[in-house]
Design a binder for this molecule. Structure first.
Ligand code: URA
Length: 266
């Protein structure tokens, strides 16, 4: 039996969803509509032809290329940050891209001595195409201003450069999967190589997962690590600090560590 919903019922349903907080018309997980095309029944003429093709003449099924291998080749061949951004823009193997409005590549000064690696874009970042522009970003800016660093500074000494391991907003702000982090990691590695900062800040668990291969930020924070031969400081994410203001004291200690490292490396 076919169910008919009239205009006013549909309107009321929509209003109800908006009241519940649905702000965007996307589903819980991305749908790859190209896959759906492959699942359509073949036209009669084609099925007849394939029935007539002897198995021995059928072309051998090509092995599925590993998306992480393709990402590695693309990332390695990028000779500049602009080329890396273009490579990511053309990378279609990560389904997160299908549900995102914009690629969120970076913000700040690429020549900055400090590079921050966050987690993933949220709604504000997806709309503006820049990392850390929502509430967490405002706190992040205040935190680094306290040690004299500013993403808007034109001077490498006082500037910040900011990116995320995940450049597209995950639907409903869900956590990225390990597969997504691994697939996009070659781009992150190349991003750090090209920006070549003196110090890397691992802001939260996903940055640690991507670059150290482990999470557990409350234990990792405050202890220097090494990423691509550079000193890397794991810190608790500003979103966590917004929920747990008591942890700001430790974050302040981590910021002082970063300032001391920058001064000692001059
Ligand atoms: N949180 C992040 O880790 N990155 C962003 O870009 C925004 C919020």
């Amino acid at each position: 039996m076919e169910t008919q919903i009239d205009y006013w019922d549909a309107h009321a349903l929509l209003e109800w969803q908006i009241e519940l907080g649905a702000a965007e018309a996307i589903s819980e997980s991305p749908v790859n509509r190209y896959d759906l095309l492959d699942q359509r029944p073949l036209p009669q003429s084609q099925t007849a032809q394939s029935r007539a093709t002897p198995a021995t003449l059928a072309p051998a099924a090509a092995a599925e290329p590993d998306p992480a291998d393709i990402a590695t080749k693309l990332a390695k061949s990028a000779g500049s940050l602009e080329a890396l951004r273009e490579a990511l823009e053309g990378f279609d193997l990560c389904d997160l891209k299908l549900g995102a409005r914009n690629l969120v590549f970076s913000d700040g000064l690429p020549a900055a001595r400090v590079m921050i690696v966050g987690e993933a874009p949220g709604r504000d970042e997806d709309m503006q195409g820049k990392p850390f522009v929502g509430r967490s970003g405002q706190l992040l800016d205040k935190m680094f201003a306290a040690i004299g660093l500013d993403r808007a500074s034109p001077d490498a000494e006082n500037a910040l450069y900011i990116t995320n391991p995940i450049p597209w907003r995950p639907p409903e702000n869900r956590d990225p999967t390990r597969e997504e982090i691994a697939m996009l990691k070659p781009f992150l590695i190349r991003h750090i190589e090209l920006a070549d900062p003196d110090v890397v800040v691992l802001m939260g668990n996903w940055a640690c997962t991507a670059l150290l291969g482990r999470a557990g930020i409350t234990r990792l924070r405050g202890k220097w690590q090494t990423v691509l031969g550079k000193p890397a400081m794991p810190m608790t994410h500003p979103a966590y600090l917004l929920r747990n203001p008591i942890a700001k004291r430790e974050a302040w200690a981590d910021l002082l560590e970063i300032r001391a490292k920058l001064q000692s490396q001059k």
